[in-house]
Every structure is written in structure tokens, then in C-alpha cells.
Design a protein around this ligand. Structure first.
Ligand code: MEV
Length: 314
């Protein structure tokens, strides 16, 4: 083992969450300015993890970190190093359980650090296979969208089980991302939607189709630089997500505030029931107005993703 680092990014789902679990498309983007870095280093003794998620020995992890611990143990076994002493340090700018993909980002950065530490080549397919090990342990039935996006370097069109496809984004417009400060559990939200679909497929099934249709129209709007149409489809998706029970009073409030301050559309992002929302602004000045209003209304943090700056570097 040699010292190595792995990097991953926060992810924002522009549109398509939840429906993507049932085979509909989703559009998501990595946010390179909000990143997670995992550093794996050989140590004299012990197998230690140092992070804001968990701090202590691998053998004694808390239940919340068990999925990541399962991944680490499997990687150690894969590299024939189950007893090797190490320190794994995880430095994250992502808030946990807020729909920004923190668990997937943690998994992806750790896998990259392990492959670097053992000087092994890593394909995207192998990376995503490893990530699904921990994502399934943490979230139950993940689509794979989170891991695919946090490991990508540009916006993606994603359909479960298919190859990712980079998707063109408009030449203008800004997404404002705001955190409600309330935790949301992806596994619970996905399970709640599954229960509704099982109990009443005639009522809830069409909402999944509606989100899929809105996602396809959003892709057309992106290609045509049509921010108004994109904003409209975000609003359509939000209405369907609310009917699926994954919005919340805090999310609804921030969405209303954004719309009242000039957003072209706004919705929750990620699994919902807490977490973050996004609002589409026509330009940076409009984004600043919306961000200020969201902060005033109680958002605990805001970020911006400017479509004109393709890389949105740190
Ligand atoms: C969570 O970020 C996105 C969901 O669609 C779940 C998934 O795709 O696995 C809610």
C-alpha cells in the first residue's frame, strides 16, 4: 500500500429523481466546487478512519457507517490486505443526508483511493460495481444515479442499467441550490414511494410517467437553450414529487420563496423529505436575488452552478 487520494464531487439531480428508480431517465450534474477527498495511507498499526461521518477503528463503526465499512472491508480483501494497518482520512464539503450524494461520493472517493494505493487500474464499470455494494447496503434499491454522477465530470443523462451519456447544458442560466438543513434518508424516501406504488398503482404510477415525460422535455429545453421551458418542466416534476409524498413543508416553503423572487422553476433535488432544493435563475444577478431570499427564509447553505462556466471549478 502506498499513500493515495481519491476525489469525488457533490451531485445535483436536475430532474428525474425517484422516477429513475423505475426505469425513467434522469438528468444530473456533478458539482466540482463541492467535493470530497479520501486519503488512504499506510500506518504503523490499527485500521483507522478519520472523518466527520465516523471517527475511529474500522472494527467498531457505528451503524450509520456500516455500508461504507462493508465496502472498505471488501476492498481490503480484494487487495489481499485484510489485516493491513492504515489510516483513511475523508475530508468532505458535502452536507450528509441532504440529497447531494454524500454516501455515493464517499464510496467513489474511497474506491479511487484504494485503487491508487494498490496501483491498480480502475475502469468506470468496476468503480460503479464497487459503489453499488455500499449504496445497496445504505439505500436498499438505488438506481445507481448518485454514484454515476459523483464520479462524472460533466452533466449526465442517466437511465438505470444503461451507459451514462453526457448531455449538453445551456450557455446561460444559473442553478441556485439551497439546503433546508433538514436530513433526508434516501432509503426511506425510496421505500415510501415503493409502498405507494404497490398500494395504489393506478393513482401513483402515472406520476412516475409524468416525471419521465418532464425529464425528456427538459432535455429538449437544455438542447435548445430554452430556460423558460426548462423551468416549467422543473415545476411539473416538483408537483409530481409532492404528490408522491417526498417534498416537505421546508422544501415547499423554499420553493415558493424562490418562485416569488423570480425563479424560472424550482424543485427538490435528490430523494427529498428534507435535504436540498434547486431554483433556476436566468442570470447571475437573478441568482443572487434568489439566494439572498432563500437565506433570509432560513436556508442553512446555498451554492450556485453557473451553466455558462462549464467546469464550475473549485
Ligand atoms: C437519490 O439521490 C435519487 C433517487 O432517485 C434514488 C436513486 O436514484 O437511487 C431518489
Amino acid at each position: 500500500m502506498q499513500t493515495a487520494t481519491g476525489i469525488s464531487y457533490a451531485k445535483i439531480i436536475l430532474i428525474g429523481e425517484h422516477a429513475v428508480v423505475y426505469g425513467q431517465p434522469a438528468i444530473a450534474l456533478p458539482v466540482p466546487s463541492v467535493r470530497l477527498v479520501a486519503t488512504l495511507a499506510p500506518a504503523a498499526s490499527g485500521q483507522m478512519i478519520e472523518s466527520s461521518f465516523y471517527h475511529g477503528a474500522l472494527a467498531a463503526v457505528t451503524p450509520a457507517f456500516a455500508g461504507i465499512a462493508k465496502l472498505i472491508k471488501a476492498l481490503l480483501a480484494h487487495f489481499d490486505a485484510s489485516a493491513a494497518p492504515f489510516t483513511l482520512t475523508i475530508a468532505s464539503m458535502l452536507p450528509a443526508e441532504r440529497g447531494m450524494g454524500s454516501s455515493a461520493a464517499c464510496s467513489v472517493a474511497i474506491i479511487r483511493a484504494f485503487y491508487g494505493a494498490f496501483a491498480a487500474p480502475l475502469t468506470q464499470t468496476t468503480l460503479l460495481n464497487w459503489a453499488s455494494l455500499s449504496e445497496k447496503a445504505i439505500h436498499g434499491n438505488p438506481s445507481g444515479l448518485d454514484a454515476a454522477t459523483v464520479s462524472a465530470d460533466r452533466p449526465q443523462w442517466f437511465v438505470r442499467g444503461e451507459q451514462l451519456q453526457p448531455i449538453a447544458f445551456p450557455s446561460r442560466g444559473v442553478l441556485v441550490i439551497a439546503d433546508t438543513g433538514v436530513k433526508g434518508q434516501t432509503g426511506q424516501a425510496v421505500a415510501a414511494v415503493a409502498t405507494l406504488l404497490k398500494q395504489n398503482p393506478a393513482q401513483y404510477g402515472p406520476l412516475i410517467e409524468q416525471i419521465g415525460a418532464a425529464t425528456r422535455l427538459a432535455a429538449t429545453a437544455l438542447g435548445e437553450d430554452d430556460l423558460l421551458a426548462l423551468g416549467q418542466q422543473m415545476t411539473v416534476a416538483q408537483q409530481a414529487l409532492a404528490q408522491l409524498g417526498v417534498s416537505s413543508s421546508q422544501l415547499n416553503q423554499l420553493i415558493e420563496i424562490a418562485n416569488a423572487h423570480g425563479a424560472l422553476g424550482a424543485k427538490l433535488t435528490g430523494s427529498g423529505q428534507g435535504g436540498c432544493m434547486i431554483a433556476l435563475a436566468a442570470n447571475p444577478a437573478a441568482a443572487a436575488t434568489i439566494a439572498a431570499a432563500l437565506t433570509e427564509a432560513g436556508a442553512t447553505a446555498t451554492w450556485q452552478y453557473d451553466f455558462a462556466q462549464k467546469e464550475n471549478p473549485a
